[in-house]
Write a protein that binds this ligand. Structure first.
Ligand code: CP
Length: 304
């Protein structure tokens, strides 16, 4: 499949076959130790992170190291945006330095799309506002595939702040395309009003639906947004929607627990759950490097 110089802005840019191609390529690369590090390349990746990130930013950096790429890192702090330069002028200036691909994280929905329309360089969306996080959805799909080797008929539950989550939106799109049955659960104030129109089932009672699930994907409760009283208190949130040891006991022995990070330990997920053999959080982070290596290699036409 040819991805050279293609942008990846949303999961809707990808067919089911293309998602499966990324999964099989990531599996191939992960089990081939000789593919771990490539010799230096003359290609450059610009990592434009206008919003904080640990996993996505560092895994793209690690992927660049593995592919022998040069990388140009940008964060808002310490940049001329502090003197009033806009995000678009910033991207235009970085692009004038001729990187081969831009990886963009921004708090505003649609910013990577707008930049991709403005510049003649492939753009990878590393998370924009509430809109999309396609590389997270791909690495999550790969992580699920590693356990189950299939998607058809799998029951996947996404729990938490669905309304503000680009991870939820991209995962719903990807997993439904792959044939999984996707449901969401959370406080009614954090479930988008049109959720069922996305083709997902909506549950309010976590305890009731939990035993049916093969994959339970916990999301961060976005503490910084909770001063608008979307949940009565963090304690009540944990009581109703937290992944506690008691709830872990209700998860199928063959089930898995996921979380894209960052986690609020003790709020939506407890430390003992993170230590459980069914928890895939560390594997998700490792897979982020593998999946993003594959994506960068395909975008830049590098044989991996
Ligand atoms: N999962 C995720 O996007 O984490 P970061 O915000 O740390 O990149």
């Amino acid at each position: 499949m040819d991805f050279e110089r293609r942008s990846l802005l949303d999961v809707s840019d990808l067919s089911k076959e293309e998602i499966l191609f990324f999964i099989s390529e990531t599996a191939r690369v992960k089990k081939t130790p000789s593919q771990k590090f490539l010799p230096p390349s003359d290609k450059t990746v610009a990592l434009l992170f206008f919003e904080p990130s640990t996993r996505t930013q560092k895994s793209f950096e690690m992927a660049a190291i593995k592919l022998g790429l040069r990388s140009l890192s940008f964060t808002t702090e310490g940049s001329s945006m502090k003197k009033g330069e806009s995000v678009f002028d910033t991207a235009r200036n970085i692009s004038a330095m001729h990187p081969d691909v831009l990886v963009i994280r921004h708090g505003g929905s649609g910013i990577p799309w707008q930049i991709s329309k403005m510049l003649d360089v492939p753009v990878i969306n590393a998370g924009d506002g509430f809109h999309a996080h396609p590389t997270q959805a791909l690495l999550d799909a790969f992580t699920i595939w590693e356990t189950f080797q299939e998607f058809k008929g799998l029951n996947v539950l996404i729990v938490g702040d669905i309304a503000h989550s680009r991870v939820a939106r991209s995962n719903i799109q990807a997993l439904k395309k792959l044939g999984a049955r996707v449901s969401v659960c959370g406080p009614p104030t954090l479930i988008p009003p049109m959720a069922e129109e996305l083709g997902v089932k909506v549950y309010d009672n976590f305890d009731k639906c939990l035993p049916e699930m093969d994959v339970v994907m916990m999301l961060r409760i976005q503490v910084e947004r909770q001063n608008s009283f979307q949940v009565p208190s963090m304690k009540e949130y944990t009581t109703r929607y937290g992944m506690t040891p008691d709830r872990l006991a209700k998860v199928k022995s063959t089930g898995i627990i996921m979380h894209p990070g960052p986690i609020n330990r003790g709020v939506e997920i407890m430390s003992s759950v993170l230590r459980d053999g069914r928890c895939r959080v560390d594997q998700q982070v490792q897979n982020g490097v593998e999946l993003r290596s594959v994506l960068l290699s395909k975008t830049l036409g590098i044989k991996l």
